[in-house]
Write a protein that binds this ligand. Structure first.
Ligand SMILES: O=C(O)CCC(=O)C(=O)O
Length: 257
């Protein structure tokens, strides 16, 4: 992350880092995505979630770390963690990791902020962050994620303007980019009005270590997946008996304050 990107993240609550994934990683990510679709069909019967999306042109994959080790690699790579820590400080946990593909005909979901989903207002600090891995070029026409500029400063639901949706702006990023969005930013998926383009995005959601993660990883991940992790990954997933205390020499928030 360069100085301009850091400043934009601080001031505007988002930035785009192009070229983070190599061509090989992009290919691995797309192949793992396909396995995720198969996983959803087998585990849940379908990749369409009518609770979130208006029609079956959105494909959802939940519990990505259970699907393929590539997704654990993405979550735990040092450059991604550095970015998460830029927003959250040193003590982060992996809260969730899901995918959403907007196929042609996809409609917008409801506008929301991810931090508002895991804690009540007032939202004074940035305690959650989404790192959005782009498996395709992302642009307004193919359903890019839309964000409400300035909404990372909203402290309560009352701050949301009535015409919030009309004021949203689409992210633009080439395939292989990382879109960094702090957790208080109000956002939604876009409409895909193209004839034949898909828009595959992976949403790596991190939070500070004193917020309960969205996923209960000790239940969500098969034993074999947990056994294959190194200590650092286990710590990031909040696995193991210890909670918010000293683990393997790493200081907790209170100790290092
Ligand atoms: O797919 C998108 O662009 C946004 C998805 C999202 O915000 C969510 O699933 O909570």
């Amino acid at each position: 992350m360069d100085t301009a990107q850091r400043q934009q993240l601080r001031e505007e609550g988002w930035c785009v880092l192009p070229g983070v994934l190599t061509a090989d990683e992009l290919a691995r990510g797309r192949a793992a995505f396909d396995r995720g679709i198969a996983y959803m069909r087998e585990a849940m019967g379908s990749e369409f979630d009518s609770r979130l999306d208006r029609n079956a042109s959105n494909q959802r994959i939940y519990n990505l770390p259970a699907v393929d080790p590539f997704f654990i690699e993405l979550l735990c790579r040092e450059d991604a963690l550095e970015l998460a820590r830029e927003v959250l400080g040193p003590h982060v946990l992996i809260s969730n990791f899901t995918a959403n593909n907007a196929l042609p005909g996809a409609e917008s979901m409801r506008l929301h902020s991810d931090q508002a989903l895991v804690m009540p207002p007032p939202w004074i600090h940035s305690w959650a962050a989404n790192l959005i891995w782009c498996l395709d070029d992302v642009r307004e026409a193919n359903g890019a994620t839309r964000f409400l500029p300035g909404s990372h400063r909203f402290r309560s639901f009352d701050d949301l303007p009535e015409n919030a949706m009309e004021q949203t702006v689409a992210f633009e990023a080439p395939a292989g980019s990382l879109i960094m969005m702090e957790g208080r930013m109000w956002h939604t998926s876009g409409r895909n009005v193209t004839e034949d383009e898909q828009r595959r995005l992976l949403f790596a959601y991190y939070s500070v270590d004193f917020l309960r993660p969205q996923s209960n990883w000790s239940e969500a991940l098969p034993q074999a997946v947990r056994d294959a992790m190194d200590d650092e990954s286990r710590h990031l997933f909040g696995l193991g008996a210890a909670g918010n205390v000293r683990i393997g020499g790493q200081l907790t928030r209170l100790e290092s304050a």
